[in-house]
Design a binder for this molecule. Sequence first.
Ligand SMILES: NC(=O)c1ccc[n+]([C@@H]2O[C@H](COP(=O)([O-])OP(=O)(O)OC[C@H]3O[C@@H](n4cnc5c(N)ncnc54)[C@H](OP(=O)(O)O)[C@@H]3O)[C@@H](O)[C@H]2O)c1
Length: 345
Amino acid sequence: MTLKVAIAGATGYTGGELLRLLSQHPHVEVVSATSEQSAGEPLVHRLPSLKGYYDLTLESFDPKKIAEKADLVFLALSHTKAMEPARQLIDLGKRVIDLSADFRLRSAPLYERWYQLPHSRPELLKEAVYGLTEVYRSEIAKSHLIANPGCYPTGALLLLYPFLKAGCIDPSREIIIDSKSGISGAGRTPSAKAHFTEVNEGMAAYNVGVHRHLPEIEQEIRRIGQQKMTALFTPYLLPVNRGILTTIYLPLNEKFTQKKIDSVLDLYRGEPFIRRFDGAPNLSQIRGSNFCDIGAFATPSGRTAILMSAIDNLVKGASGQAIQNMNVMMGWDERLGLMSPGIFP
Ligand SMILES: NC(=O)c1ccc[n+]([C@@H]2O[C@H](COP(=O)([O-])OP(=O)(O)OC[C@H]3O[C@@H](n4cnc5c(N)ncnc54)[C@H](OP(=O)(O)O)[C@@H]3O)[C@@H](O)[C@H]2O)c1
């Protein structure tokens, strides 16, 4: 069986990564790729690394026209741009995987507070399934609208999930999350913040305590953990192209030895894209792959664990996870199109 897919926002970083990964997928044909700036131009003018893999001409994004050709649409557009087309595509009977933040928060007022715009399709927030594959696999399989998680929340929540499931987090103390991201996390549109000379050989935090991924992280820890818990989240820009390295200082409700931490993480046994390391994970091991590498360490007090994850923000943090979710929706092997290891060094 061949699934016909379209990519809206194909010339961006996550759109380009979808095209790169889907070129190896045995059951997918990309039938449409959109760009507003370059509609009418060959796709490979904007993405020369794909020469020889695709013979597509970029088109302007028209949901109705795309629905005539494709059965599933990836929306790789900036936030606020996905709400309306998602509604149209779903009404036309299509499956949608949205990589933006438009359907991740379950509450319309919360969306408005963090994105400074009323949600125009709040009814879809109930239908959308949060696409953290390892956590919501069975719901994803039945859904037609996936809210693909943010890159920082993916790295943080995959570390927290086993501990939330085991009920061993102390809710009276804050969960401290530090995440360092490569520059591609800011998208392809140039900005002063992401300019080479501003970023190279430096490192700084940004949006301290007020990053838009905080409500997404808190929503999910409360939902999975089934109680009120609070996180402190600090993101940093790291002068590398790809990757997010996350460190979490996790408050535990009793003393945890290394053995006990290891037994909680046994939940991930058999997961194809979670790899446990005895030492600290390294961004250079996951670049270009869909893996989430994790390390977890007991501390002398036993009341706080130090957890670390490394993901590629464009793969497990975006396009790879979106393809994993597509595979789950279609009832295919989750690993299809995603089996290559990272690029080392
Ligand atoms: N970058 C990451 O690491 C990452 C990770 C997880 C999630 N995300 C989310 O994924 C989404 C895409 O991110 P990105 O980094 O790929 O962004 P990007 O590099 O800025 O690409 C945006 C894409 O949207 C197209 N576009 C711009 N304005 C449009 C409009 N009005 N209508 C239709 N298409 C339009 C652009 O096409 P033209 O410029 O060619 O017209 C481009 O293809 C965002 O919501 C982002 O938050 C990103």
